[in-house]
Write a new protein. Structure first.
Lengths: 111, 113
């Protein structure tokens, strides 16, 4: 199975709050799990990525939590800011090629 | 460093017409990808090139879609004839190699009427 399921479809968070987006995958051969951020009219841009040998990776306000046994991973955005308002996509692949993307989450941060 | 360039940015055509998109990857990037992103969905890989050879085209509708990367740099994606369901954003991405981060271009938004 190649699917990556992402939830929620849309999310509204107050400024300063924590935004949490979840993804689940089925293919146990996947070993690369990136999160992409996409603004309207732009291509996706890599935000942060994790490999299954660690359970958590943090870069600034962005953290990926990874649960290999549950085949789930999530993105946490701490101290969410209006500039974080965008569509976020999780993805998974073997290596970093042939990415399989989730359906996307439209995040809105209210000031 | 210049990013991935794509043109045109927008294209409107009638169904059954043909259309072509162009991509210029980041200099030195050997791997090039074409993705289709339908409104409200995540990108779906259509084809992957390593230099000028095809690595994966398993999800390319070959009866109407074709792509080439003749000199291992620029690439073109063609649709002939277009269908209504081809309306989407076509994204080009490139990476240093098969196992490196992918950098995306801004995409070409295609509307088929």
């Amino acid at each position: 199975q190649q699917q990556v399921k992402q939830s929620p479809q849309s999310l509204i968070v107050q400024k300063g709050g924590i935004s949490i987006i979840n993804c689940a995958y089925e293919n146990t051969a996947f070993d690369y799990f990136p999160w992409y951020q996409q603004f309207p009219g732009k291509g996706p841009a890599l935000l942060i990525a994790i490999r299954p040998d660690v359970s958590e990776k943090k870069e600034g306000r962005f953290t990926i939590s990874f649960n290999k046994s549950a085949k789930q991973f999530s993105l946490h955005i701490m101290d969410s800011q209006p500039g974080d308002s965008a569509t976020y996509f999780c993805a998974a692949s073997k290596g970093a090629q042939k990415l399989v993307f989730g359906q996307g989450t439209r995040l809105t941060i209210n000031p | 460093e210049a990013g991935v360039a794509q043109s045109p940015r927008y294209k409107i055509i009638e169904k059954r017409q043909s259309v072509a998109f162009w991509c210029n990857p980041i200099s030195g990037h050997a791997t090039l990808y074409w993705y289709q992103q339908i409104l409200g969905q995540g990108p779906k890989l259509l084809i992957q090139f390593q230099n000028n050879g095809v690595v994966d085209d398993s999800q390319l509708p070959k009866d109407r879609f074709s792509a080439e990367r003749l000199k291992g740099v620029d690439s073109t994606l063609k649709i002939q004839p277009a269908k209504l369901e081809d309306s989407a954003v076509y994204l080009c991405a490139s990476s240093l190699g098969n196992y490196n981060e992918q950098f995306f271009g801004p995409g070409t938004r295609l509307t088929v009427l």
